[in-house]
Design a protein around this ligand. Structure first.
Ligand SMILES: [Zn+2]
Length: 336
């Protein structure tokens, strides 16, 4: 929009009635979410023009340095031992990503937990490879977003994912990543029960919304993984495995073993009359179990399994989506 028309529009808006202002607010919000990527870039440009901080050396003697092929502002650092040029995306996971006009819509799709194929079906105009690459660019920023130390009442438990090399070309190229035949998708583990074929994932949640999630080398590595993660004086609830007890003792926290009663279908039928209502504030593993249910739906359900090396990224995705305004949050984090 040309400058004079834009200024006239701003003047006109100042005379709008309260009803019209509300109307405008809705319109602006819609435009912002459509142009999420472009708006976020503009915001960053403005901030960098103000702060003039070099991402390489953190120096502040920075000058404007023309525009690049995509029309983005470039900057140059004048520090004697730096003298490098950069743009607002330098050093972020999105540094070489193009088409910012599509980032907003794309993040909306991620918000809805759409798989690569489903995103293609929305006719977003990106190819399969780009969609996949962007997913990991955005998720890299959210991965390993662990709360440093958990406190208060903490629920901890493990769950297991089938070890997967989805997408690995090893089998085709004669360098299998594991000595077994490749599995057709959706087969799951070839052996029953817990074995090397299962990857243990430890999750601990506290009452303040803190989360700690770790992919364990073995299911006996619980105490090690929780070391330094629990504040003294907290209450750690678990199924009572040695690792949790050890971790609690070491942290100076109290350990509570929660007896998880497994209700079999025949036992459920045998229950006559209403069951006792759950007492409020009673310790349990309900939240962590619900969390595990959700990440299983995302990883095994929506995405039909993911390669083990990317599991952490998907946990980050889930974590980001649980929070409010996830699309914006994810983008802002990717651009940190
Ligand atoms: Zn510099």
């Amino acid at each position: 929009m040309e400058f004079q028309r834009f200024e006239a529009l701003k003047t006109a808006i100042r005379t709008a009635s309260p009803d019209q202002v509300l109307d405008l607010e809705i319109l602006i919000q819609a435009v912002v979410s459509e142009q999420l990527g472009a708006v976020s870039l503009a915001r960053r440009t403005q901030a960098l023009v103000q702060s003039r901080t070099c991402p390489h050396c953190k120096g502040t003697d920075v000058v404007l340095h023309g525009k690049d092929m995509d029309g983005r502002q470039r900057f140059r650092c004048r520090a004697v031992d730096c003298r490098r040029t950069f743009n607002i995306l330098t050093g972020t996971p999105m540094a070489r990503a193009r088409k910012p006009e599509k980032w907003g819509r794309y993040l909306g799709c991620m918000n809805d937990h759409l798989s690569v194929r489903r995103i293609m079906e929305t006719r977003i105009g990106l190819n399969h490879k780009t969609i996949w690459r962007w997913r990991h660019r955005f998720l890299k920023a959210a991965a390993n977003d662990n709360t440093p130390v958990l406190s208060g009442v903490i629920e901890a438990d493990e769950t297991f994912f089938v070890r997967s090399f989805k997408g690995d070309r090893g089998w085709k190229k004669g360098r299998p990543p594991e000595l077994r035949a490749a599995r057709p998708s959706g087969w799951g583990a070839l052996t029953r029960g817990l074995s090397h074929a299962q990857v243990p994932v430890l999750t601990a949640l506290d009452t303040g919304g803190g989360i700690y999630e770790a992919i364990l080398g073995s299911r006996y590595a619980i105490a090690e993984a929780l070391e330094g993660r629990i504040a003294a004086g907290s209450v750690l609830c678990s199924d009572g495995q040695q690792g949790y007890v050890k971790a609690a003792v070491k942290a100076g926290a109290e350990h509570r073993r929660v007896v998880v009663t497994t209700v079999t279908s025949s036992a459920a039928k045998a229950i006559v009359g209403p069951t006792k209502p759950r007492r409020k504030g009673r310790l349990g593993l309900g939240r962590v179990n619900a969390h595990h249910g959700q990440i299983k739906v995302l990883v095994n359900g929506r995405c039909r399994g993911v390669a083990t090396k990317y599991l952490g990224n998907y946990f980050g995705w889930h974590g980001a989506m649980v929070k409010e305004a996830a699309g914006t949050a994810l983008l802002d984090r990717s651009l940190l």
